[in-house]
Ligand binder design. Sequence first.
Ligand code: MF3
Ligand code: CO
Ligand code: CO
Length: 255
Amino acid sequence: MAIIIKNKEQIEGIRKSSKLAGQSLVYIEQFVKEGVSTEFLNQKIHDFIIENNATPATLGYNGYPKSCCISLNNVICHGIPSEDTILKNGDILNIDVTTILDGYFGDTSRMYVVGEVDKKTQKLIDDTKHCLNLGIQQVRPGNHFGNIGFVIGRYAKAKGYSVVYEFCGHGIGMEFHEDPQVDHLSRKNTGDVMQPGMTFTIEPMINQGRPKAKIDKEDGWTARTIDGKLSAQFEHTILVTEDGYEVLTDVSDEY
Ligand code: MF3
Ligand code: CO
Ligand code: CO
């Protein structure tokens, strides 16, 4: 499959959907507290998306049962919200939301902390955010996709972390997962070349321990670290512009 170059109208649609996904991550922040279940957060996100005339892309996607993914502590990604998972002081979690608005997809995730976390844990979160930002800075016409994974891998390793290689970023826009696969660990100047109008995610998952993931046998989704150590992730949907990038899921004017 080839990488789709989006036209103006498509880009505007993806931009709107991406903004809504970004807004849902801002909206949910007030509810992330000790004692709350991850299913409660899922329901809030579901209602927010529906009220904004969109649908949650994960609900029913390859049989996935919920409207977002919520991945706690040693869960790398694809944590399934549950009544039985109650947030407690010191937990860290990633909430990952993908919206479909007027047929267009936007996908973003970020970390939240419950109460107080120790310095090392906060550093994992900050360093993972920095990995995403380093990746974003590689986005411009003519650059290779491999350079995203090159700079992320170099930084993560220098800080003593490992980079998850079993889950990747992806093209997005008309579909949830389009070409290309965006690796977070790759060699310099490899892979496809970026062109204006391409839209894709960068979503590094960074582990304190070993990089390997183990999928839960019972639910078929939850991906955990094999050593029980912590994992963090941030994700944005990015557009390649004529001279660089636009972070479509950013609603904070950070970029
Ligand atoms: N939002 C995830 C991503 O960043 C995909 C979740 S698929 C699901 O690509 F089925 F687990 F929800
Ligand atoms: Co994604
Ligand atoms: Co996502």
